[in-house]
Design a protein around this ligand. Sequence first.
Ligand SMILES: Nc1ncnc2c1ncn2[C@@H]1O[C@H](COP(=O)(O)OP(=O)(O)OP(=O)(O)O)[C@@H](O)[C@H]1O
Length: 228
Amino acid sequence: MTTISVEHVSKSFGKVAAVDDLSFETPPGAITAFLGPNGAGKTTTLRMILGLVTPDSGSVTVGGRPYRDLDRPLRQVGAVLEATAFHPGLSAEAHLRAVAIAAGLDVARVGQVLDLVDLREAARRKVRGFSLGMRQRLALATALLGEPGLLILDEPANGLDPTGIRWLRGFLRAYAVDGNSVLVSSHVLAEVEQIADHVMILAAGRLRWSGPLTAGSSLEELYLEVAG
Ligand SMILES: Nc1ncnc2c1ncn2[C@@H]1O[C@H](COP(=O)(O)OP(=O)(O)OP(=O)(O)O)[C@@H](O)[C@H]1O
């Protein structure tokens, strides 16, 4: 069970306090949504969890250890951050094979993840011709290669068509039901209401609200009250 633990974390860029004394733990086996206005510090926090940004103070661990100290990170954490870059001249399949080989994962997993994200038919096409939604699916396939217990997704529904959004919802629910954890950052409150078990609302780098989503109460009202 891979839990994220953030303890008294702060990060400034020059005079901007992007994250200010932030503490939280993600509940295991659940879908947690990370919400907040533009510039609230969500992406900075996700990047600190993944060891891409170093906090000025505090501690960030995944399954009890800093991300950079994980022995086989792709087996523990799958991440899709914004603007995921692929080599445009590679096919989806070649991209996935390259990542699998580099990470010491079984290449047989490539076919499985292509099926999981429903990209099998486009597997041999060059990524340069992929739509935004297809890129999202490929990014998710890449994140799933190591069968991680934790998925971290930044705006995963961005670019997906309505069928794709429904598919993503079902996929993430099944993934969480299997005992895995999902942390998803989003601005689409209607989508979050349908998908999340637990919500964290960040504003100006601080956690303003955290708790389970309760049926019948309006997330939009709560969000506007807390962060608006
Ligand atoms: N590399 C950086 N250099 C300078 N400032 C940065 C950097 N990264 C983030 N910031 C600043 O830190 C603050 C938090 O940004 P962050 O991207 O974490 O917000 P966010 O909640 O993800 O916003 P959005 O919803 O718009 O994606 C912003 O004021 C942003 O300009």
